[in-house]
Design a protein around this ligand. Sequence first.
Ligand code: C2E
Ligand code: MG
Ligand code: MG
Length: 435
Amino acid sequence: MSTTSIQLPFLQGNGFSRATRRIAVAVRKKQDLAVMLVYVNDIERLCASIGHVQTNDVLDDFHARLCAIARGDDAIERIGERKFAVLLSGLRNRGHVSLAAQKIKRVASETVSEQVGRAGLNLTIGVAQSPSQGDDPHELMRLAEIASLDARRKSASICFYESQAAEQLFMDWGLEARLGNAIEAGDLELHYQPKIAVSTNEVIGAEALMRWHEPEIGPISPEVFITLAESTGQIVDLTHFAVQQACRQLSEWLDFLPGLNIAVNITPSIIQTFEIIDVLQSATGIWGVPPAALTMEVTENALMADPETSHEVLTGIRELGCRVSIDDFGTGYSSLEYLKKIPADELKIDRTFVMNMLSDPGDRKIVEHSIRIAESFGLSVVAEGVESAAMLNELRKFGCQYAQGYVICRPVSASDFEEFCRKSSLALKASETTS
Ligand code: C2E
Ligand code: MG
Ligand code: MG
């Protein structure tokens, strides 16, 4: 059941028309006006614990408390089952509006119910301002609505209307639908970037990187669509697709590339639920692939979002037999204390340090010390973003085990990856016979 289909027995009345009339009056009087849409989050939880009728009473109580603190020209209208329009005049700048919003949030946190005591209402507030953003009442309400959606998307408690944010929101909606179709139709494709052993140049595996060529827009960067998928929840289907595809490829490739390992990237939301463990178990089972042939790459920051759950999920992934790699190492905030306990097999040094290691002594030190840290914790280490032979030589001197980067090979289609492996194994054999 969608959240909007919950039928609360409230009287919607004509709050919306009263709100727009009030805006029209302020505009006629040339008053500075903040149009706030106050959205009460999470009322499902309240409905579940005290029932719908009592929840409606709590919202009425909140409304009454807001009215009690309103000043002369202010107006507060309930315009939806969980939505209030708060119209505040005479607030000249955003600082004043923010203070007013703080007050509203305090009122929400103080709202009580007989059944549960403090109801602890949690709010999202979107703000549009007049005259700076127009004088049409319906348009101002629409802009405030956009600001509140922007706030929810950013998990912020308050957002002011910004035209750029609105454009981004509309673009995301267009992309979200297109991405949904692409996932459903299997139109996304994995490309593979080889990882080599620095001492022998042998291909030991590949990182699977998602590619999306949208028919009308063209190629869309993974930085864009992965971030979007993470914010819309589509990342779950996208990750399952990536795991299935990687296992399917492994089942073909392991016949002639024994020992090959494929790494799949996973995001913060994936690492916060145990579902990924079942997905890995099922996909490796379906394709008859040894779990050890799969690595899950997870960034340091993703782990820090909820260290305890991430720790348990990573432990589960490793118990299944899959490997875990800490991606973009050096850019996050994990402490050595956390690193000591981390259930991982590999560290991947972030490409920004590797790419600059020859020109920036600081980055060079970071690369060298990351290799030492990995060694001392018993983790294997990969340098990503290796763009020149000189970098590869330097990494060899530091004792770095594995490398990945444009100088070796860019991310390529599955067939090009096969071709690359064939050529590089021939090259390896040739060098063995001449040495
Ligand atoms: P990442 O996991 O750190 O992947 C490495 C990125 O570095 C890739 O960018 C790769 O193309 C790029 N790269 C590799 N070698 C070099 C080099 O020598 N120089 C430079 N400048 N860049 C290099 P890409 O493919 O654009 O992916 C960006 C990010 O998007 C990835 O960063 C990863 O976080 C995410 N991503 C890609 N595919 C997936 C996916 O299937 N699932 C998830 N959850 N995330 C993905
Ligand atoms: Mg990665
Ligand atoms: Mg990386």
